[in-house]
Design a protein around this ligand. Structure first.
Ligand code: ZN
Length: 213
């Protein structure tokens, strides 16, 4: 497929936007104030705005292989910092998806070369839940690790200093964990929502004066 098809597609999209609303782009230029930060997988089948039916300007997005949030990943941490501190998003949504190639790769006894430094974070989740996962059949095992990985990333987001500072300052901010099905297009909330410092284990609380528990 030639690259020109992208530019042709862009023209069609831009024209359709201005047909529906002649001020579409001038309004977008004015201000960026999304209420949501989406942290999802890079997988081309999981397009963030599309699957939650949001337009340009409504979703701040970070994507990487298997939707990981590592505190040493300055790309991801900078996105979260900006989203929370400057944009003041009210929700951070970590979204995994069934059939994730990154999760599948991390379950293989196979050396993926330089990718292993990334996959090692998923292998750690696999190890932590190994006995429970091995009790499942292979397909259910992969699906469950997708969910467990989302749980771990929700924890990782909520432990970040910028998130805890926001909570301490009374800023409304919720961290959610979701999983998307490639088979039916449905996004499921895993019910992992964290709303404040009290949702963290004391070992991860960074406030100088710990709240009463
Ligand atoms: Zn994926």
């Amino acid at each position: 497929m030639p690259i020109s098809s992208l530019f042709e597609g862009n023209r069609v999209w831009a024209e359709s936007c201005t047909e529906k609303d002649p001020e579409f782009f001038s309004k977008l230029c004015g201000i960026q104030s999304p209420k949501f930060l989406w942290i999802g997988c890079s997988d081309s089948r999981v397009p963030a705005n599309t699957i939650v039916n949001l337009s340009a300007g409504e979703l701040f997005v970070h994507r990487n292989v298997a939707n990981l949030v590592n505190h040493s990943d300055m790309n991801c941490v900078a996105v979260i910092q900006y989203a929370v501190h400057v944009l003041k998003v009210e929700h951070i949504i970590v979204t995994g998806h069934y059939g994730c190639g990154g999760i599948h790769a991390a379950m293989q006894r196979h050396d993926h070369g330089i990718l292993e430094s990334w996959l090692s974070h998923i292998r750690g989740v696999y190890r932590d839940h190994y006995d429970d996962l091995m009790a499942l059949d292979p397909e259910a095992r992969t699906d469950r690790l997708v969910e467990l990985n989302v749980m771990q990333q929700v924890r990782n987001v909520s432990r970040l200093p910028v998130v805890q500072q926001a909570w301490e300052n009374g800023q409304p901010l919720e961290i959610h964990g979701c999983v998307y099905s490639l088979e039916n297009g449905i996004l499921q909330n895993l019910g992992l929502t964290r709303r404040g410092i009290n949702d963290l284990h004391p070992a991860h609380q960074l406030t100088a004066t710990p709240p009463s528990r």
